[in-house]
Write a protein that binds this ligand. Structure first.
Ligand SMILES: [Zn+2]
Ligand SMILES: [Zn+2]
Length: 108
């Protein structure tokens, strides 16, 4: 996913240099927000859902922070580490709901 976000950043750069026509001319380079598009609204995507891959605008993207964990086996026992920095994770509403129902299911 990182490469796609880098691509979006680079793309923003190019647009800033007034190459709008050229970029549009290439065709298919601009990703639109899928949720907006379904409602007939023309909105550019700022992120992509990591699960289903739909383009999402700022109003429709959800950002989640995933914990970064490791289990280190010392030979005489395991140590579970949760690191202070979290991993950002962009997700759409539908996938968020699907993930949440799963989290609830796994909670005992
Ligand atoms: Zn949208
Ligand atoms: Zn999704």
């Amino acid at each position: 996913m990182v490469s796609i976000f880098q691509f979006l950043l680079i793309f923003k750069d190019i647009r800033g240099k007034n190459n709008l026509y050229e970029i549009y001319g290439e065709g298919g380079l601009i990703m639109k927000c899928y949720v907006c598009a379904k409602q007939g609204v023309d909105e550019e995507a700022v992120a992509i859902c990591i699960i289903c891959g739909m383009g999402l605008c700022l109003g429709h993207v959800f950002k989640e922070e995933l914990l970064v964990r490791d289990v280190i086996d010392w030979g005489f026992g395991e140590e579970k580490i949760t690191y202070p920095r979290t991993l950002p994770h962009f997700i759409c509403a539908e996938c968020k709901l699907a993930m949440e129902q799963r989290k609830k299911g796994s909670q005992k």
